[in-house]
Each structure stands twice: as C-alpha cells, then as structure tokens.
Design a protein around this ligand. Structure first.
Ligand code: SF4
Length: 411
C-alpha cells in the first residue's frame, strides 16, 4: 500500500479521538535541532461534525486485537486496515513539520499483539524523533491501558503529553461495550503518570531539576451517548478524575453512530449539544469553582439542552439573586449568568474608583441581556418580566446554532 493511501486510512480512523490539545507545553529548539513547541501548540482544525482534527493526527495502525463495540477499528469490523512503520511516521512527521503543515504529532493506535508491544513501537517513534531527528516539536502519545509502567516511564521522557482514554463512564458499560478493558487497567496508567508528575513537582520545589516527564500533563476522553449514563454520572466522574489524577483536561466525544452493535443505541445524529453542555459544565468546574453536585443535583441528573448549565443553576437558586454588582464578592459575580472571569475581574477593579452604573457595566464586557436578570445596580433592578427565560434561551440557542453552522463546511 502506498504511504498516501495508508495516511488517508489512518488519519480518518484517528478523527474519533478528540483528546488532543497541545496547550501547556513549551520546548525550545536546540542548536542544529528542528522545531519547537509553544503554548499555542499544534495547529488543528474542525471536522464537519465539530471534532478537532490535528493536521498530523494519525493512528500507527487501525488494526486492533480488541473488539470494543463502539469503535470503527474493532477487530470484527470489516474495514480496510493499514499500518505505518516507525520510519514512515518519523519521515512524515519531519516532512510535514518542515513544510509548516503541522506543529507536532498526535499518535494513537489500535493494539497490535499487546499493549506493551504497541507502546514499544510508540517509544521507538518518540525516541527517533527526539534523538536522531532532534525534533523539538510537540508530541502527544497514547498511554495504552495494560502497559508496563517501565515503558510508560520511558515514553514519558519524550512525550509532551500523554492521554489514557477512559471512553466509557462506568465499569458496567466497559463490561458491555469494551469487555477486554477494565476500569482498573485504565486508571492504573493515569495514576502512574500522576504520581510521576507529583514527584517532578516535589523535585522542583526542592530546587532540583526533575528528569523530563510529560510536561504538558495527561488528558482523557469520554464517549457521550454510547452507553446509558446520565450527565450527572459523567460530570461526577470528570470531577473525580481532575481531583484524583490531576488531569489537564477531559474531552467529550459525542457518540457517532457509524457502526452497528447489539448494545449500542440507535440514534440519527451524534448528541453534539449534550457534548457542548458537558464542555460548558467542565469549564465551570475548572474555572468558576462550581461542583458537579451543584450543576447536576440528584433531582436534575441531565442537562437542559436549551439552557447552559450556569443559567440552569442560577434559575434553581433564585433565592440568591439579585446581587448588588457594587458589593457582591468576586466569587458570587462569577456565578451570575452573563458575567465571565474577565468581566468579573474588571468589575472588581473598577469598583475601587467608585460605584458602577448600568452604563459603565455594559463596557466591562458582560452580557447585559442575561446578567440584568440577576443583578441590581446601585439598588435598581433592570431584569425580570416574562423575557427572563427567553433572554437566556435565545442567546444560548442562537450561539449553538451559529457554532453548528460554523462547523459545517469546514475541513
Ligand atoms: S482498543 Fe481502542 S482501537 Fe481497539 S477496538 Fe478498543 S477503542 Fe478501538
């Protein structure tokens, strides 16, 4: 098979993995070396269905000894197979880099022979790129559940980021849809990476230089909608993973019904709006100090697809509003729909010079149409009335529609 043909198959097979993001790594070029990695990271684009696609985001092979029911690469799926050799991956990466097509490599793979064998091939790619080619660009590698910790340790010396895909949110779903995987086998490499990163932090605190190990941390991916878990279950798992193994990001991938399976739901389209709500809630947990329990209590275990999670929370807690914008603590301003981190910081800064009026508020960048329902300004309330839900719904719905139409026609 020609290289181009292999690349077409393997790049296409990689598009369902969304756990790629290059932010968080800085690697300088060295004299005589090639490339660098910056905070801005890998160039990526968006597929028609809204998925992030790196320009060199490939699988080493789409052949796999496992048979996960939701996966196009599963052993029992009748699809053309291809495999790139270590040299081919290195050659393509360097050629694309030199032509400025890419800023790094995101390499995943089906499992060949065993997790250890597959990881040894990853290791050869990473080592060849870094040591022989002196490649200083960004490298994101998969950590395959079941891989020996010594191999992960070696791979981590060369990779900027690693990801272990959780894929399914519960042990029960794993048993049903990915019987060769187990929760324990997935959590174990996550924990190993976390422990190594913690050790590196301790070394730094003791003013010693730690051995290089995945400086951009680890991520994971969860498939949304292939199994029956509620949004609450998914979000609580996310929160637990951030806490327990210090993930940089959890990526959500709306289940795409490209193949049939006895245990898979029959749906016409991927649940993209649900995926979007999860990203919003995830952001609120990481940046706005919300908890999963607050966003999705037991009584409301799934997102309202018309309203964003913060607006839903605010509507459930009308007793806390309106807050006076000139007095409310920063943490409370962050909870007002329509006020983001930047506008909350600006409000707090401007308050030092005097009381803010409704006019000056509009200049701090908040979304007045939404925020006015939850604020008083110098004691005056500008919101209420029958437009409350409409103001919240229409803005979010319009934005979602705009985003959906933006995705269409790209890449
Ligand atoms: S192990 Fe990965 S590549 Fe193999 S079938 Fe499962 S999800 Fe697909």
């Amino acid at each position: 098979m020609e290289l181009e043909e292999k690349l077409a198959i393997l790049a296409d097979a990689a598009k369902y993995d969304v756990s790629c993001s290059s932010s968080g790594s800085r690697r300088r070029n060295t004299p005589g070396g090639t490339g660098n990695a910056s905070w801005a990271g890998i160039c990526h684009s968006w597929a028609a269905d809204g998925r992030c696609i790196s320009l060199l985001k490939i699988l080493m092979t789409n052949a796999c000894i496992y048979d996960c029911e939701y996966c196009v690469n599963r052993r029992s799926h009748d699809t053309p197979r291809a495999m790139l050799s270590v040299e081919e991956i290195v050659r393509v990466t360097m050629a694309f880099y030199r032509r400025n097509y890419i800023e790094g490599l995101f390499l995943s793979s089906g499992i060949i022979r065993s997790p250890d064998y597959t990881t040894e091939l990853f290791l050869q790619v990473a080592r060849t790129l870094r040591e022989r080619e002196r490649f200083n660009g960004y490298i994101h590698m998969k950590a395959i559940p079941g891989t020996d910790a010594r191999l992960l340790e070696q791979l981590g010396r060369y990779a900027d980021r690693m990801s272990v895909n959780m894929e399914l949110p519960s042990e029960r779903s794993l048993r049903l849809l990915a019987p060769q995987k187990s929760r324990q086998a997935i959590l174990s490499p996550m924990k190993f990476i976390h422990d190594r990163l913690t050790e590196a932090e301790e070394e730094k605190r003791a003013r010693r230089k730690p051995a290089p190990f995945v400086p951009a941390g680890q991520t994971t991916q969860l498939i949304v909608g292939a199994s029956g878990e509620s949004d609450r279950q998914i979000l609580r798992l996310t929160e637990g993973l951030y806490r327990a193994v210090g993930l940089k990001r959890v990526y959500y991938s709306a289940y795409v019904p490209v193949i049939r399976g006895a245990h898979l739901p029959v749906i016409a389209r991927p649940p993209l709006l649900r995926e979007n709500r999860l990203y919003q809630a995830d952001w609120l947990i990481r940046k706005y100090q919300f908890t999963a329990e607050e966003l999705l209590p037991e009584t409301a275990p799934d997102f309202d697809l018309e309203l964003d999670p913060k607006a839903c929370w605010a509507l459930r807690h009308r007793e806390l509003f309106p807050v006076e914008v000139n007095r409310a603590p920063y943490e409370m301003l962050l909870r007002v729909p329509g006020i983001g981190v930047q506008s909350a910081i600006r409000i707090v800064k401007l308050r030092r010079y005097g009381w803010l009026s409704a006019d000056s508020l509009r200049r701090v960048g908040l979304v007045w149409k939404r925020a006015r329902h939850f604020l008083t300004v110098k004691g005056r309330y500008y919101g209420g009335g029958p437009s409350l839900r409409n103001d919240l719904v229409s803005v979010k719905t319009q934005r979602a529609m705009r985003e959906m139409s933006l995705f269409e026609g790209q890449v």
